[in-house]
Structure formats: C-alpha cells, structure tokens
Write a protein of this length. Structure first.
Length: 604
C-alpha cells in the first residue's frame, strides 16, 4: 500500500470496511480507559483514529505520540458507535481502527495550541508555519487557490493569454514610492520593483496580444493598513478593441462566475453609479451599500445661518454641509445614549473634523420647539424646516451634521455612516442589511488638485483616457475633465479598478501638460511607451483586481494577512524570516553603496 491512500478529511462512510493508509499531524491524543483516540489532521480535515491495546507494539507507539507529531496510520474504516458521530466533519460518521502506526517525525512542544482562537498576530506571524497548519488558514489558502484557478479558467475560455512582465524595471515614481534594487553591473543605477505591470501591458496591446492577463506580484513602498501590503497580488488584465462598457461586462461576468463557483454566492445585479453621485450620497467612491444611511445636502441652506461652523463651511470654496439622518437615534428607549454620541464626536476627529453637531427630533410637528440641540438657537426657522423636509426626519430620529471642506466632510461623515451602520445599534434598527452588494463606480474625474504641491495629479494614473470630447479641457479646465475610469466595489471594498487607456501620443501629451510633466521629463520616465504609441497603437483598456482583497471578502477575514501565506506586518516586516535585515559590508561594496546615519549629512 502507498504511504497515503486517502486524505484524512475525505475518509467517509463510502470507504466502510476498507483498509486505508493515512498521513498527517496529531491534532489531539485522548486516552479513554485503555483505548487511545487520535484526531489526525491534514489539509482536507480530520479523522478519528482508534488505537486498541490488543496490538501491543502499535499501542505503545500511540501512548508516546503528542500534538503535532507527523505520523502514518494504516487501519480499517468502520462506523462510529451510536451517539458518537460528528456532523461537522465529512469523516464524522466513521473512524479508523489502527492496525499499524509509524512516527514519521516527532515534534517539540508547540508554542501554542492550534485551536487557540486568542492568539496575538505577533505570535501567529512569528510562528507562521504552525499558524498555517490551523484549519482556518488552511481553508483560506485553499480558497485562494480555487479563486485563482477559476479566474484562469474563465480568462482562458475567453481568449486571454498569460504573459509575464519584468520584476526588475525602470523607476517611474508616480503615486506610491518605488522599491529600488541597486545594480551591481551599472554603478549608481537602480531597478525598481513594479507597482503594477501597467506600462508593459499597454506595450503588449501595441504588440498585438489583444487579450492579456497575469496573476502577478506588485510592490509599493507605502504606509500599510489592514488591506495593504508592500507586496500584493494583482489579477492584471488588458484588452484591445473593446469599449468601456464591454470591458466591464466581461469582468463582471468573471467575478460573478468566480463567486458562484468557489463559495456558491450569486452576486446578482451590479448597479452603476457615477463618482459624483457616490460622493454626493455617501461621501465615498467605494460605498458600502449594505448600510442604509445616506447624506442629505444642506450646503445651500446654511449660507446665512448664525451658526458660524455651518455658514463658514457653506460659503468657503470647496466647502460642504451635509446631514446624516439616523432613524430612531433619539428615541427615549432604544435610541443612542449620550456616551455613544460623544464617542462618535471623537471618532470623526480622526478624519480631520473639528466636532460633530447633531439635532434630536423629539416632535417634528412642533418645528423648532420639538428639536433638541445646542445649535438650534443659531439656525433660523427656514433652515431648520428645510433640514427636516430634506432628510425626511421623523419623531425619535437623530440628525448628525458635517461642515468643513468637502474632503473632510466626505471622509469624516462617510466613515461615521459606516461606523453607525455596522454598530450594534445600526444592526438592531435595520440600518444594516447583511449580504453581498456589488456595484460599479464610473466617470471618475481625470485629475485631483494637490493644494500642497499646487498642481493637478492623476486620479487613477496618467494613462487613463478622457471621455470623448473632454480632451481639450485637460489644458483649459482640468477640473471638468471626466475619465473613462471604473472601479468594481463590493461591500465597501474596492475589488478592482481600471480604465480605457490613451492610445494616441497627442492625447497623452495633453495629460502630461495638465500634470505639468515636461516633454523632457516624460521622455525620461515614459519614453518607451510614448515611442510605442506612435506605431499604430490600438484602442485598449483593462483593469486589475486585488486577489488578496477578493479572498479576504470571501472569507470574512479582518485582514488580508489572513489570506496570504507569508505576509508582512504593518511595519513592513516579516516576523518569520526577520526581513528586512542587515547585509554585510562585502555585499554593499559590490553594489557601490555606503550607509549613513539618518542624522548625517554625508552622501552615500
């Protein structure tokens, strides 16, 4: 018999009466009055192994095994005794009566129990190999594999070709910082690790490979969050001769297929919303549609009120005043306690808000007299009436307000909307609807104005095409220019995004002009792309999905680190390998690099 005939977790009553050979790890050993039970584990799950003392040599070995020993078991599949079945396991109706046991490798005492649900992330990442043995992580990575395979099958069936692009490339610092790699052969020169294959996939379109994809690593040296890593995996895709709508249709179909095939979820319809509408209603370009709260615009109502926080924001350039009605928030019983309102006031300060004004609606029919708030006395009757009318506020409702520069209001009240919706109060009061809510956000602005740098920056990247007829605005009125960009959003997460690209060199130059990138600078950074566009470049576009994010959403994990085999911490460190690490002086000399202290003025 082979060392292993079946996986532990796949031994079922279909194998009743057969002899099997299993290999795996001891999850737990239990001694029940002279009979030893071993819960044997592999990547497919668990099986119960029974060791009787009748076989003395085998039983002596069983007495000595401990958690995480790697063993081989040969035995007979039989039904579990009545009342001992486990419906949570595929193997829950059977057990394996052990005939032969071999210790393939003993284990030292593990630093933690694998079924401990209260492990710190530091412990888990330091001992990542053991952490990966846990069923939770095994299931996550197996799902990740299945997602990748379904993506590949879909793209292959639709004529896409997997083509690799370089990992060592040219530094084109737009957006996040590049990870730089010094060249030993070319003194003083550096490669960069790719932030994405963007330029190369466009070159592949020019080269005539009209449907390209790869599942590839990308690198960005930026501050990390739960959904960011310095190295992450993209499902990167590009097509030629398709419109924006056709591109979205193909990849909406791909994502629907992947979700249905891997976790049996039908995502249903994908509503399409413009960027402007998303910001107007939710303050976010990736709105979580599960939360049943929306902004109410009241900027125009507050221009002449005595409350200076509101009137100042309403009259400033790029100012905004919004109301967020929370149904039932002011009810005498079951409403929000003052402590919760105070906590939200502190919460919005994280996003730059100076405070959080509110009005409790006790009796809407009484107008001013039915409202409770310190700010009511400084807002005239007409404005109050308009707020109640526009929000549709009812007795017992609570209305929060945001007033500041539009970005601060959008960030702060947008985050507050999510916070309330996901809170215990929100879920109890029907402000949150569990499920899957996908959508497309389209018609992004081409440019964003960077007040600090006093110039426009590209909202997506400088190769995004403008809407037809918007080309001339790139120079005369960049703020009016709308792009052919699109993002796929699911439950408040951006799963993927892309655009139709610029395929004509003259239009690309207009974008560089708007971004104040000189022809000389453009040639140095992107000359190879600009040169290629002159040779009959086809109309093309595409998008990239974050594989890590997709799997995180599917599993419900709190962090993408739970769906990556060997992730980095939020400080971009690998606790398992202790990377990044120092290197010896000989390696530095070969690379013509000399280190300096951070407070030293000495050049390297």
């Amino acid at each position: 018999m082979a060392m292993r005939s079946h996986y532990c977790g796949l031994v079922t009553e279909a194998l009743m009466g057969q002899t099997v050979s299993l290999c795996g790890w001891v999850n737990r050993r239990r001694d029940h009055g002279g009979v030893i039970f071993i819960d044997l584990r592999d990547r497919e799950g668990f099986v119960q192994v029974v060791c009787d003392p009748d076989r003395a040599e085998m039983f002596a070995l069983a007495e000595g095994v401990r958690n995480e020993y790697c063993i081989q078991v040969k035995g007979l599949v039989r039904a579990r005794p009545d009342g001992t079945t486990n419906d949570n396991l595929k193997s829950g109706k059977i057990e394996v009566l052990c005939h032969e046991l071999i210790v393939l490798n003993p284990s030292v005492t593990p630093p933690f129990q694998l079924d401990d649900d209260n492990l710190s992330e530091t412990t888990r990442l330091t001992h990542r190999v053991l952490d990966l043995r846990r069923p939770y992580m095994q299931n996550n990575l197996m799902l990740r594999y299945r997602v990748s395979m379904e993506v590949r099958k879909f793209l292959d069936a639709n004529g896409f070709v997997d083509i690799e692009t370089p990992m060592l490339t040219k530094s084109t610092p737009e957006g996040a910082r590049d990870y730089l790699v010094p060249s030993r052969v070319h003194d003083g020169h550096f490669f960069a690790l790719p932030q994405s294959p963007q330029l190369f996939k466009q070159l592949l379109m020019v080269a005539g490979f009209d449907r390209y994809y790869q599942i590839t690593k990308c690198f960005r040296d930026e501050d990390l969050r739960a959904d960011r890593q310095p190295e992450f995996t993209q499902i990167d895709i590009e097509t030629s001769f398709l419109s924006e709508e056709e591109i979205r249709a193909i990849f909406q179909g791909m994502i629907k297929t992947v979700f249905l095939s891997t976790i049996n979820v039908d995502l249903g319809e994908f509503p399409v919303m413009t960027f402007q509408e998303a910001m107007h209603r939710y303050g976010s370009d990736k709105p979580d549609l599960r939360v049943k709260l929306e902004f109410t615009e009241v900027t125009d109502v507050m221009t002449d009120v005595d409350f200076k926080v509101f009137s100042g924001a309403a009259t400033m350039p790029n100012g905004r005043v919004v109301a967020l009605r929370v149904p039932g928030g002011a009810r005498e019983h079951g409403g929000m306690p003052r402590s919760e309102i105070d906590a939200y006031t502190e919460f919005v300060k994280i996003y730059g808000a100076k405070g959080l004004a509110y009005i409790k609606v006790n009796d809407a029919a009484k107008g001013r007299d039915g409202l409770q708030s310190p700010i009511v006395k400084n807002i005239h009757d007409k404005a109050l009436a308009e707020v109640l009318s526009r929000t549709g506020a009812q007795d017992g409702d609570l209305i929060f307000f945001g007033a500041d520069k539009a970005k601060i209001v959008n960030d702060a009240i947008g985050a507050l909307r999510i916070k309330i919706g996901h809170s215990e109060f929100g879920k109890k009061n029907g402000l949150f609807e569990a499920g899957w809510r996908p959508m497309w956000v389209v018609d992004f602005p081409m440019f964003e104005y960077d007040e600090e740098a006093q110039r426009y920056t590209a909202t997506h990247h400088p190769f995004t095409a403008p809407k037809d007829g918007h080309e001339d605005w790139m120079v005369t009125a960049p703020e009016k220019c709308i792009s052919k960009g699109y993002d796929m959003v699911l439950n408040g997460w951006e799963m993927g995004g892309g655009s139709v690209r610029i395929h004509r060199a003259d239009v690309q130059q207009k974008v560089f002009d708007a971004l104040k990138i000189t022809p000389e600078e453009a040639q140095v950074k992107f000359g190879f792309l600009l040169d290629a566009l002159q040779y009959g470049a086809p109309p093309h576009g595409g998008l990239a999905f974050g594989l890590d994010r997709i799997v995180t959403l599917m599993t419900g994990a709190e962090s993408i680190r739970d769906v990556i085999a060997f992730p980095k911490t939020q400080r971009a460190q690998c606790l398992l390998t202790q990377a990044p690490s120092l290197v010896d002086e000989k390696q530095l000399r070969e690379l013509h690099i000399r280190l300096r202290n951070s407070d030293s003025a000495t050049t390297t």
